[in-house]
Ligand binder design. Structure first.
Ligand code: ZN
Length: 318
């Protein structure tokens, strides 16, 4: 009996060491993604929290093939039911946040001409079809209108139909068509016409985006890319979720970003939010309050992508 208790203690100890080590490597991996210093036009660290808002049309690629409609609808339903709570928290504590929004959510009936439709080899159904489900899983006109009424929220383009710009099947013309449809649909809602986030952070055909008036995007690596007459790419930042990271570790990432004068850029999707586990009050609220307190103390600036672009362009003499 005594030996058994001893063994159990030993197993518990090993498990604790193991989890501490894997947790530390997760934190290190996230820290590595914010390691480049901000450009000289920023006197201190900068921070931006963003949400990719896409409902049914989000990432549809899973293990080499298309994700099932059932799973996409399930994600959409969770995202939809979380969206108002998240919005209410942001408004309550006056937190700035960037929302990258898909054109499809404004008008899911629009379909590009057949030769300009996304049709990757890994998906065998029509990319632009509406799912057989309640419209609130694929359309979100009213919510986007609500978002755009807040002066603190930045609404930017996430493209029209969440295509993979880097997929081998995508031509420059197809990429341009997707960007153009989204631009037209978002013009009454977007707070800026200069910011576009590539789906799944896969930049390609940057010149097509630049020609349409976009000036900045979230890049795919940890570096700043600031061409003189081209699309600016910020460091990719990191996906944030209380399922992966404790609040303390998230604060450590903020602290490290402040210390090294970096771009602290966490982003997420609303289907990852677990209201039953009280993620809002246990994780996001204290994290946002922490960021705001750091800003108030003069340690960082919470900033929009539009403002990042403005400052870099002024520095570049554009
Ligand atoms: Zn996305």
């Amino acid at each position: 009996m005594k030996l058994e208790a001893h063994l159990i203690d030993k197993i518990r100890f090993i498990r604790r060491i193991y989890f501490a080590a894997t947790n530390q490597s997760r934190v290190n991996a996230k820290l590595a993604k914010v390691k480049e210093r901000v450009p000289d036009c920023f006197p201190m660290a900068i921070a931006n929290f963003s949400i990719d808002y896409e409902l049914f049309w989000g990432n549809a690629y899973e293990h080499g093939s298309a994700m099932s409609d059932e799973k996409r609808i399930e994600h959409a339903l969770i995202a939809r039911s979380n969206s108002f709570s998240f919005y209410a928290l942001l408004e309550e504590i006056k937190m700035h946040c960037s929302w990258s929004v898909l054109g499809k959510l404004i008008d899911p009936d629009i379909v590009p001409p057949s030769e300009l439709q996304f049709a990757p080899l890994w998906a065998d159904s029509n990319w632009y079809r509406k799912p057989a489900s309640d419209r609130t899983t694929y359309e979100s006109f009213e919510f986007i209108k609500l978002l755009s009424s807040s002066p603190r929220l930045e609404i930017l383009s996430h493209g029209f139909a969440h295509i993979d710009f880097a997929d081998i099947s995508v031509t420059k013309e197809l990429a341009r068509e997707d960007l153009k449809i989204a631009k037209d649909l978002l013009q009454d809602f977007a707070s800026t016409e200069k910011v576009f986030f590539y789906p799944c952070n896969k930049p390609k055909y940057e010149d097509a985006a630049y020609d349409l008036g976009y000036r900045i995007t979230r890049g795919a690596d940890a570096r700043w890319h600031m061409p003189k007459n081209g699309l600016i790419k910020t460091p990719v930042g990191f996906w944030i979720s209380p399922a992966m990271l404790s609040l303390n570790d998230a604060k450590k990432i903020v602290d490290s970003g402040i210390k090294n004068k970096e771009f602290i850029h966490p982003w997420m999707h609303l289907f990852e939010l677990n209201l039953k586990a009280d993620d809002l009050n246990r994780f996001y609220r204290p994290l946002f309050l922490y960021l705001q307190a750091q800003e108030k103390a003069g340690n960082l600036e919470i900033i929009t992508f539009e403002n990042i672009e403005k400052r870099i362009s002024a520095m570049n003499g554009n």
